[in-house]
Design a protein around this ligand. Structure first.
Ligand SMILES: Cc1ncc(C[n+]2csc(CCOP(=O)(O)OP(=O)(O)O)c2C)c(N)n1
Length: 353
């Protein structure tokens, strides 16, 4: 008897495609955002080429999430330690990290598994960054665990609120990942009455979990709707619109900083090159936030098309130089395998944290 496949809904799902003309931001900020979005895209396209030319074993990353990721990066209270925001990101976070200051060279070094890779010493794979100086905790391969880790830093931040600390904990992840238990745990811990946590719980909904469609798995309209049962404030934001993202993130972060309470926000984003190199990393027909924002900026005479082209050319050249440099560097040695297993030394006084 044939397996009843016909019951699941079609895999193709609608995407948000409009860039709001009603909302706006200062011109210099819009220019900066476009610059960072282009830089992030050029970097990811270089990483895909690095994979396809055999210079890395794997590719996964963030093309299609630039509007969300850059906006997030610009609004973070950046720094190290409990007085700054903590970031528990997933493997599509390159636009946020480029905005925080990650260089193309560092991203390519990780992708090529070079010993010079500052995130993992060449030991982890593409997109699994770690930047302690910006409170970016190690990005993990097991899905959703970051929602559990985030509870810890948010609890520590809550304890410091009486001293005036307004730092928050930010966690990102995919729609399919929200099926795992750690996502539910984060909602529960963030919303205990009288013990609420300053957590920005976000979901980047690209409507896919590798090859499984959102519509075949989710009875709820939005993943963020699940937080309503916990009395958590929710938002659904067009993650393809940089202006809506910036204003939406700003307003939700303001609420968290002021109240010390959580928000669960869902961003509708594109997945422009498929899941990863595992399904070919080929370009798909989905809304592309970068040229859409570029067109808006040119139409509004904030930049000329020649100025925008200069940005693409500048970053293309930087990406080629960075790839050449990384290619010339060595991989990790056999002897270094036990390095960086523990941070700091065994005599650290953990009670201070
Ligand atoms: C605990 C766990 N289960 C399964 C996987 C395999 N896996 C890696 S990515 C992925 C899909 C995740 O989809 P989603 O959370 O929607 O994020 P997206 O990749 O679409 O951004 C799966 C199932 C994993 N890495 N970890």
């Amino acid at each position: 008897m044939p397996v009843a496949m016909a019951k699941s809904k079609p895999a193709v799902a609608p995407k948000s495609v409009t860039i709001s003309n009603k909302m706006t931001l200062p011109k210099e900020l819009q220019k900066n955002m476009l610059d960072l979005m282009i830089k992030s895209r050029v970097l990811e396209e270089r990483l895909i080429k690095v994979y396809k030319t055999g210079d890395s074993f794997f590719w996964i990353g963030g093309p299609g999430e630039e509007a969300f990721g850059v906006s997030l990066g610009l609004l973070i209270n950046k720094g190290q330690g409990i007085d700054h925001d903590f970031l528990h990101l997933h493997y599509r976070a390159s636009p946020t990290l480029v905005t925080l200051g990650m260089s193309m060279l560092d991203a390519i070094r990780l992708t090529m598994n070079r010993a010079t890779d500052v995130s993992t010493g060449g030991r982890n794979f593409c997109g699994h960054y770690c930047y302690p100086q910006w409170n970016v905790t190690p990005i993990t391969s097991p899905l959703t665990v970051q929602y559990g880790f985030a509870i810890g830093t948010a609890l520590a931040q809550r304890r410091r609120r009486p001293k005036g600390n307004r730092a928050i904990t930010i966690v990102t992840g995919g729609d399919a990942a929200s099926a795992e238990g750690d996502f539910a745990s984060s909602l529960i811990w963030a919303s205990r009455p009288g013990n609420e946590l300053p957590m920005f719980i976000t979901i980047q909904n690209n409507r896919w979990g590798i090859s499984t469609s959102y519509d075949s798995q989710h009875g709820e309209k939005h993943v963020s709707d699940r937080a309503k049962a916990f009395n958590i404030r929710t938002a659904v934001i067009n993650g393809n619109d940089p202006i809506e993202c910036y204003l939406g993130i700003q307003s939700e972060m303001d609420y968290i900083r002021r109240s010390g309470k959580p928000v669960c926000a869902e961003f509708e984003v594109s997945r422009l090159f498929g899941h990863s190199s595992a399904d070919g990393a080929n370009r798909r027909q989905e809304h592309d936030p970068v040229p859409a924002f570029e067109k808006r900026i040119i139409d509004q005479k904030i930049m000329t098309s020649a100025q925008v082209k200069e940005l693409w050319d500048k970053y293309e050249e930087e990406s080629v130089r960075a790839a050449d440099q990384a290619r010339s560097e060595a991989g990790p040695t056999r002897e270094s395998v036990w390095e960086n297993v523990y941070v700091g030394n065994e005599n650290a006084d953990w009670r201070k944290f």
